[in-house]
Design a binder for this molecule. Sequence first.
Ligand code: SIN
Length: 484
Amino acid sequence: MEKYDVLIIGAGIAGLYAAMQLPASKKVLVVCKDIPWECNTFYAQGGMTTALNEADIPSHIADTMAAGSFHNSKEAVEILSRTSLETTQDIIDKGMQFDTDEEGNILYTKEAAHSVERIIHAGGDATGRYMHYFMMVQNKHKLQKNTLVYDLLIEDGRCFGVKATVNYEPTTIYADDVIIASGGIGSLYEFNTNSRTVSADIHGICVEKGIALADMEFMQFHPTVFVETPYARKLLLTEALRGEGAHVVDDEGRRFLFDYDERGELASRDIVARGIFTHIRKTGQKAYLDFSMFEKNWFEHRFPNITHTFASLGYSFPTDKISISPAFHYANGGIKCDTNGCIEGMEGLYVIGEAARTGVHGANRLASNSLLEGAVFAKRAVDHLLSKAHKVIEIPKFEKDYGNILHKDNDKIYKHKLRQIMWEDIGIIRTTKGLHEAKNLIYDMKNKEIGRLLELRLNTASAIVDAALARTESLGSHYIESDR
Ligand code: SIN
């Protein structure tokens, strides 16, 4: 029997930072669905927020609460900001190199809705990639790829492990504690910036087991994404570009975002995304990011990742402007937990990172708070786990297995349809009529001959549409327009 002290599902920042906190004396397994760098952390560009010092904490808290439309849990936000000082220092002390000036002072940048420059970055615009590599190297526990979790083993309010395919073979993995760090729900949306592995499976299992999801109506759309590629993951153009001074313009070169908010390009992410979406819809014009104000060498040094990625598509930055659209980016809601990652009524199961709804983000996440949240709450969950008295656990028999019905013939067609429905009817601007139509279509699909993984996606989609229908007034990233 394969049994661990701790099983961590997911190898992004939350999963890896949790693993880094677990002593070598523990038998730990970290699993990821594909290759380890297929995770949202790897694709994070802009940076990681940190309070600059004690004096900056109230301002960071205020910015986070304002971006979240004050729907946030104040307690969770305070923990995030206060702990950021020690978490950032810990990561630096362990050897992570953030970008510095020539004297070795850390460089801070600004993104939308931050009052001051407090975002640290690495490799210019490749923060996630650098942090992910750093944490992969730091992690001394076993990491197993190609492990797709399709069930949580739960009985009488306790989790005993998971069922998963490992290299396509159904397997049972038992653990005293399971930490969910599986990320958000990006693959549900036609246009999204997420890794292809982020497909809401674990959220769907939670729905099935009666584990609460919360704030699922608050899906975040990033304003500046290049969507004209055939791949599922669309190409992010970091908010740090606007933080450094890039403009959003239309076909006529007009900075139209000031029509929507006096902060223009630096309004919070939900406002900028809606402004771009509405302007495109209203005028039939395209929206672009314009970098022409930047000096070429400076731009290439500050944004090397974007410069090279887009050069391979034929763009020469900063001279060329690039067409942009909003796209799904981040799940503000998730599996409901307390500030230690514990799930009410459930023993042996924690949730951290984007998968978790700690209450930090409220109705709309402040830019670059997510890497920080992943690290801060991973450590808290591990501290909680390690503080528990050891119990001998008797494992019940789990007969039911879905390993042979993960996929069915028509799943691809339905998955594609689901992505369109999510984008069109449960997207940036919603109507009650559209939400009801989406709900019916999702329900119809659930009653077709479908595989387990699609069923799990549909469970999560249902949770999103139900939450959106339940909130009849607009708030943060949930925007309801009256039916026309
Ligand atoms: C970005 O670089 O614009 C994304 C940062 C984030 O999602 O917090």
